[in-house]
Design a protein around this ligand. Structure first.
Ligand SMILES: *Cc1c(COP(=O)(O)O)cnc(C)c1O
Length: 396
């Protein structure tokens, strides 16, 4: 079928909440995607940071096929083996103690907020607690997660949102201190802000926020939905910073293509927050997605994915810095590991660059602040980095 025809059919029946790029993808392999016309694309977006191991990973496909033939769903009224294995592996890898599996990132945030509220409820003997989140953050589109997302234009049409959220300036400890009061139950932040424009936290900022949380018995929530699972060159960004949260959220690359998220907590939080009846999900952590999480954990370890990212990052950064030197429209680079942003001159809309890259067979993403966002599969090697740079060089 003609691409135009596919797109017309889609627009006839799909709610128009995305201005989609005019491409119809058909299949993928490794670092590449192929559309229905057979055109090949080098992928430096990985489906917004999801396909960390690339496309069509034979070992993962085998696991999923086997699980489909065995059991895909039981509900959370019962145990199943993939749930146990996935939970053991992800708690071990993340250094956290207990996990709750969700269907998405936003739901992981919702759960994290509920944990913090319940913790404070038990601490103080009453409800009415508040969350401090950061400006330019992104935590998802459900009402609770949106309430903690620091971007006005995402929020405004949906007021009133969940109350009791105040916003502080990212990387500004004084503004966090000012936002905290005796009712604060949690401080929520991304160690590396993604949608907001690829802003890594300053190490001292995270240390100071951790100190404040300890002093006031406030829970620190790190949203590692985008920056976790090896993307920064360690399994979780917090491990790189050496600042441990009380609650950690994951999703995106956690299932490498199956819809799964998670919030993880320390033992102290597990023992003093949610109890039977406080939270639940029908699908969350079903046998199919847990088989995937479990295998993704195995493959991350087997192929030493975080280490690979750590080793190749200097090459990627040097190549991007060279491009910034060469192109007057590129004002700088920010990022960590395989999560990089190129700041584009405001006279050039980033969407036009993303479209032009696509025309030239390269998938890239954008982020707030006119930023070109690169989230390649974590398996990217020098030769794919070179190819990406060649195309960016040409179109800029
Ligand atoms: C993508 C993202 C979310 C939301 O995840 P969904 O699966 O889209 O609900 C939350 N936080 C961060 C940091 C994200 O990048």
């Amino acid at each position: 079928m003609e691409k135009k025809e596919y797109i017309n059919r889609a627009e006839g029946v799909m709610l128009h909440v995305y201005n989609r790029f005019p491409v119809v993808f058909d299949h993928g392999n490794g670092m590449y995607l192929y559309d229905t016309d057979g055109k090949k694309y080098l992928d430096f977006g990985s489906g917004i940071g999801v396909m960390a191991l690339g496309y069509n990973v034979a070992e993962l496909n085998q696991t999923l096929k086997k699980q489909i033939d065995k059991l895909t769903h039981t509900s959370n009224l019962y145990y199943h083996v993939p749930m146990i294995e996935a939970a053991e592996k992800i708690t071990k890898m993340s250094g956290m103690d207990q996990v709750f599996f969700t269907n998405s990132g936003a739901e992981a945030i919702e759960g994290a907020i509920k944990v913090a509220k319940k913790y404070a409820y038990k601490r103080d003997g009453h409800a009415g607690h508040e969350v401090v989140a950061m400006q330019h953050s992104f935590h998802g589109r459900t009402v609770g997660a949106l309430s903690a997302t620091g971007t006005d234009h995402y929020r405004e049409p949906f007021y009133p949102l969940m109350g009791g959220v105040s916003f502080a300036e990212f990387n500004d400890f004084d503004s966090v201190k000012k936002a905290v009061n005796e009712n604060t139950c949690a401080i929520l932040l991304e160690p590396v802000q993604g949608e907001g424009g690829i802003y890594p936290a300053d190490p001292e900022f995270l240390q100071e926020v951790r100190g404040l949380c300890d002093e006031k018995d406030i829970l620190l929530i790190f949203d590692e939905i985008q920056c976790g699972m090896g993307r920064t060159g360690s399994l979780f960004a917090y491990q790189k910073y050496g600042v441990k949260p009380d609650i950690l959220t994951s999703a995106k690359a956690l299932g490498c293509g199956v819809p799964v998220g998670a919030f993880l907590v320390t033992e102290k939080v597990a023992k003093n927050s949610l109890e039977p009846g406080d939270h639940g999900t029908t699908y969350g952590g079903n046998p199919l997605v847990c088989a995937s999480v479990s295998k993704v954990c195995d493959l991350m370890e087997k192929y030493q994915i975080p280490n690979h990212v750590k080793e190749k990052t200097p090459y990627l950064e040097a190549a991007l810095d060279k491009l910034v030197q060469k192109k007057p429209w590129l004002l700088g680079r920010r990022g960590m590991g395989y999560m990089q942003g190129l700041i584009l001159d405001s006279s050039i809309p980033v969407g036009s660059v993303v479209q032009k890259a696509l025309d030239n067979g390269l998938i890239i993403l954008s982020a707030s602040g006119n930023v070109i966002r690169l989230l390649p599969p974590l398996i990217a090697e020098e030769k794919e980095i070179d190819e990406m740079i060649r195309i960016l060089d040409k179109i800029l």
